[in-house]
Ligand binder design. Structure first.
Ligand code: DQA
Length: 141
């Protein structure tokens, strides 16, 4: 099973950024645990702060991979281009948020990508990525 994890803007700062909200573990550290936890899964990890690069990567993986876990960061709330990319590919995309966006500012309550995703895991910290992998495992293995 091939799963792509895609993180959007500012998520390269995980572990340093607003640690009260996002925790003190870097994504690189967490990613190692995830790979150990699911040795049968072939993971790729891509992070970018640039909207078009996220679109390009969705196109790259979106016709051959079994699943995408996408934390689009702030682009979740603004990006029609990322929404259209999700709609245009074949691979199912799970929306991930580390924080509970519904318990935060009102502008975070709207997701432009949600209607094109198969589901959303939100507010469960980094564990949300693990739960997303389990979902794809249940359905595609
Ligand atoms: C986030 C929530 C977004 O509102 C925010 O812009 C992020 C991270 C999360 O994982 O909780 O950058 O996607």
């Amino acid at each position: 099973m091939q799963i792509a994890i895609i993180n959007g803007p500012n998520l390269n700062l995980l572990g340093k950024r607003e640690t009260g909200i996002y925790g003190s573990e870097s994504f690189e550290q967490y990613f190692k645990h995830l790979q150990q936890q699911f040795p049968a899964v072939n993971f790729t990890y891509f992070q970018s702060n640039v909207e078009g690069e996220l679109v390009n990567y969705l196109h790259e993986v979106g016709f051959s991979y079994d699943g995408v876990l996408l934390n689009a960061g702030a682009y979740t709330h603004t990006s029609i281009a990322i929404r259209d990319a999700i709609a245009g590919i074949k691979t199912p995309v799970m929306e991930i948020h580390i924080s509970n966006v519904y318990a935060r500012e009102e502008f975070r309550h709207t997701s432009l990508i949600a209607p094109k995703c198969i589901g959303c895991i939100c507010g469960l910290g980094l564990k949300g990525y693990q739960l997303g992998v389990e979902y794809f495992g249940m359905n595609d293995l």
